[in-house]
Every structure is written in C-alpha cells, then in structure tokens.
Design a protein around this ligand. Structure first.
Ligand SMILES: Cc1cc2nc3c(=O)[nH]c(=O)nc-3n(C[C@H](O)[C@H](O)[C@H](O)COP(=O)(O)OP(=O)(O)OC[C@H]3O[C@@H](n4cnc5c(N)ncnc54)[C@H](O)[C@@H]3O)c2cc1C
Length: 478
C-alpha cells in the first residue's frame, strides 16, 4: 500500500487485524508468517478496539471482543503472540499501530473495502514509515486476482468460478520463529476476565444489548457451521426463502462479517458434505448438488461480487452508487405525496403502521440479524416510509449498520443499492417511479405466515436510543 522499504533491524513483523478475527485459515496472518519466516522474525498479531467507531454498542463490542479472545487463544496454539487493546477511560493508547510499527520490519493488514477498516488502513499506509501489505481475508478468491473493470455479475462469475479451485486448498503457514515475548510499548489487555463487566465501563451505546441468538466467539461459529451442514444445507435451495422456518438459512453472516469464519472453511465443509463426508444431511448422507450449488451462489457468487464491487467505489456506502436511472426516477417522484411516512423513532423501534415491516425490523433489533427474504421487503418499504430518496438510503444504511451484526459490510450497501435500483419495474408508480416495489406475500402466503408475522411484529425488543436525525456521515476518515 506504500513504497517504503523493509526495515532490517526490526523485532517482528506486525500483523494488524481489524475484522478478520480468526487465528486459522487467515490469509492476513499467513502472509505475515511467510514474511516473518523469510526475514527470520516472529509475527506480532495486534487487535485493538476503540469506543468511537460508528455504532459502537454492547452488541458489537461483545461480538468483537468474544472473537478477539478466541483469536488470541488460537494464535497461541499456532505459536504466535497476539496482543489486544480495548481503548477506554484510564487506558488510552494514542497511535498504537504507529508505536508498534516502530519496532516492525513491515505491517501486514486486511484489504477491506468498507467501513472503518478501509479508511484506517489507507491512512496508516500513507503515514507510517514501514512497508504496508494489504491481504484479503474476506473472500475465497481475492478480488485483486480477478482484474479490474468487471461491470456486471455475469462477467464477474465468468472469472470467479474458474478461479475458485485454486484457492480452496491453501494450508496455514507454520511459524518457524519462536513467539515474540519481548518489550512492547503498552500493556496489553487479556480479555480472559468478565467481558460484560469490561464493556459496561465503556463509553458506547448501552441501549443495544448483545444478540441472544448469535453468541460471540469461535465455538459459536463452529456450531453454526455444523448446523448448516446437518440441518440447513440438505434443503437449502427450497427453504432459504422461507423466513418462517428456523432452519431455512445458515445464520453465518455475523461470523463471516467479523471473519470468525472464512469462506474457504465454509466451502470445504460444504464440499465434504456433498461428497458424503462431513456428516452432510440429516441422515449423514450426501447433500444434493442443487443445494450446494445454490449455497455457493450466495456465499461466493453474491457475497464476493459485492466485495469486488465495493473495491471499485470511492465510498461504497454513498447514495451515488445506486444506478443512475433509479436515482433519476426516484428524484422525479421525490415530491409525491407520501402517506406511508413514519418517524425515525417508529422505524427504529419497529412501531410503524406496517405489521410486516415491524416484524422485519424487530428481527434486527432483537437478534442483530434479519432473514434475506425479509430484508428485501424491509428495504423497499423504507423508500415509501421516509421523506425523500436520499433520506431513505441513509435510513436503510443506518438501521442495518447500527443493529445488524453483519452490517457495515460490502453486502450491506450492495444489497440496499440493489433494492433501490436493480431491474426496473414494469410501470411507473407513485413515490417509486420505475423502481420495482415488493409486497410481503412471500412470507404471508406461507403456511402459518400471517400468525408468524403477527408474532414477530410483537416480539419484545430493546428500547434503543433514537437520534434526532438519521446520521449521514458515519466514518472516521481523519
Ligand atoms: C436489503 C438487504 C440488506 C442486506 N444487508 C446485509 C448485510 O448488512 N450484511 C450481509 O452479510 N448480508 C446482507 N444482506 C444479504 C443477505 O440478506 C444476508 O447475507 C443473509 O440474509 C445472511 O443470512 P444467512 O447467513 O443465514 O444467509 P444464508 O442464506 O445461509 O447464506 C449463506 C451466506 O451467503 C451470503 N449471502 C446470502 N445471501 C446474500 C446476498 N443477497 N448478498 C450477499 N451475500 C449473501 C452471506 O454471506 C450468507 O451468510 C442483505 C440483503 C438485503 C436484501
């Protein structure tokens, strides 16, 4: 990311993780270990969390710190030192990456296309005096190997699908140098104590509690992966659209977003289930190709396409990424009467006049996750429930980013953009213009759908704080 030379009289290679919070199957760590082995230096893995990143809350901090605890344990197991810092009153450490970098031969960090990780990496690379290498850990196929300028998903798949086989079998790099245990410019946090007690002392949003459905940490991620193989994958192509079914979808997205699991590990488990190994299917048999192919299309074909797209955008989270024709038609209808408009408080707390929308929003509020099928209805309806298209965009991004464990992701902005644009509808409608609308029929028409929506719309949710306005600038860019 810069043109600095490798430092020869260094103590270690610094590996700074922001989001890829796993010790194994992590290309960022592997690149650092390979470089360390070549230079005869140990690797020092560093993970730090501040209080002032956008949407910092008990929910996000708990998920992140639980993952970080297991990251350090996993690093120890593979012979690497891993140090953490939780920035807080009485424990402020300014410029820690730079200070750690002062003893490093080079810095290896994550190649992340959205949110704080992107801007922090770019800023550090432009200021630090050591070389900085960015390595992708979010995708199976690193987007950079696909080349620039792919305009559509079919062109993307044309390059991505043939490349997959070359990336599925990589093994962890073995560290040849003993773990670093010498001087550090700060006292690391252990995170082995009571995380809830630590989080309670922080200056973050305490009105949004941790998710009861998505526990933090590697063990929970592995349990989700086993559940995918055992209960979800055998019927995935037919059940994935049914929001009323508990086992229709994997629920892996929070763990993928924070890198507790990587797509390579998930796809290896899917391939094993398909070939009859790995306990696939309720009876331990093979998983049908149709289901495995559909799952791969979501995890690789869609998720990695949005990762690729985000890389080509200066600000993937901005409204100007929505297709030009869609912004134009929405602008043409910006002054239309909007009888469905709702206050930010009603939206945020899932207390609107639309029961189905409340059911969606309350899934976000309570669990920090929403079913894909509900997300489509939820995003489309926000266009009619807000005063103008740009506020609709800001509101959808805000709700998704603040509440959802998997928010702030290339898939967040890519999918919301698809709901605001996508394929044009067949006629011109009030408020939406030529942007296609979407009803709640795909859930309501299910067996028991009405009752499910009524229950979901009235489930108890935390009383989150409501800002005066929807935040529009959400990134720490300076
Ligand atoms: C308006 C809207 C907003 C969304 N916001 C997010 C978001 O903030 N973060 C996020 O990760 N996904 C987002 N998605 C995509 C999708 O809804 C979620 O990834 C999925 O619901 C997560 O649940 P799951 O892990 O059970 O999915 P599964 O059906 O089990 O799919 C397995 C994995 O495939 C990937 N995947 C599935 N569907 C999609 C998709 N449409 N686009 C990209 N990847 C997909 C995810 O990584 C997912 O974990 C959004 C979709 C819409 C329509």
């Amino acid at each position: 990311m810069n043109d600095r030379p490798i430092v020869t009289d260094a103590r270690y290679v610094l590996c700074w993780l922001q989001q890829a919070l796993r010790a194994r199957d992590n290309p960022v760590i592997d690149a650092a270990v390979r470089l360390g082995n070549a230079l005869g230096l140990p690797v020092l893995v560093y993970h730090g969390v501040r209080e002032d990143y956008p949407y910092a809350s008990d929910r996000l901090h708990q998920f992140i710190l639980g993952a970080s605890r297991d990251l350090a344990a996993g690093c120890r197991e593979r012979g690497l030192a891993c140090v953490r810092h939780v920035d807080r009153d009485g424990h402020r450490e300014k410029g820690l990456v730079y200070r750690l970098g002062a003893d490093a031969a080079a810095l290896v960090l994550e190649d992340q296309p959205t949110f704080v990780a992107r801007w922090q990496s770019e800023r550090v690379a432009s200021r630090i005096t050591i070389p900085v290498y960015a390595v992708d850990a979010a995708c199976l196929v690193p987007p950079t190997v696909l080349g620039d300028g792919i305009a559509g998903r079919s062109g993307f798949l044309g390059r991505h699908e043939p490349a997959r086989a070359a990336w599925i079998d990589a093994e962890d790099e073995q560290a040849k140098i003993a773990p670093y245990d010498a001087a550090l410019p700060f006292t690391p946090d252990s995170l082995d104590g009571d995380l809830d007690a630590l989080i309670a002392t922080l200056d973050i949003d305490h009105s949004l509690p941790p998710s009861p459905a998505f526990p933090a940490g590697r063990g929970a991620a592995e349990a989700r992966l086993q559940r995918l193989i055992r209960d979800v994958l055998p019927g995935y192509a037919t059940t994935r659209n049914d929001a009323t079914r508990r086992e229709g979808a994997s629920g892996l997205s929070p763990y993928l977003h924070f890198g507790v699991l990587g797509p390579r590990e998930v796809m290896r488990a899917v391939a094993a289930a398909q070939s009859g190994g790995g306990g696939g299917g309720k009876g331990g048999g093979q998983v049908g190709a149709r289901h495995a192919t559909k799952f791969a299309d979501e995890l690789l074909g869609w998720r990695e396409w949005f990762q690729y797209q985000a890389r080509g955008l200066a600000a993937p989270e901005r409204y100007d990424r929505v297709a030009g024709w869609a912004r134009a038609t929405l602008a043409d209808h910006a002054d239309d009467p909007r009888p469905d408009i709702e206050s930010l408080a009603s939206l945020l707390r899932g207390e609107t006049r639309d029961q189905s929308w409340n059911a969606c929003q309350r899934q976000f509020l309570r669990f920090g996750w929403m079913h894909n099928n509900l997300r489509m209805y939820w995003a489309k309806r926000i266009i009619a429930m807000t005063p103008d298209p740009e506020t609709a965009w800001a509101t959808a991004c805000y709700l998704n980013d603040r509440l959802s464990l998997d928010g702030r992701d290339p898939s967040t902005y890519g999918n919301i953009a698809a709901m605001f644009g996508g394929a044009p509808g067949d006629c011109e409608r009030p408020v939406y213009g030529r942007v296609a609308t979407r009803g709640d029929g795909s859930t309501r028409a299910r067996d028991g759908g009405d009752a499910w929506l009524a229950r979901a719309a009235s489930r108890p949710v935390p009383a989150v704080t409501v800002p005066a306005d929807v935040p529009r600038e959400r990134y720490l860019r300076d």
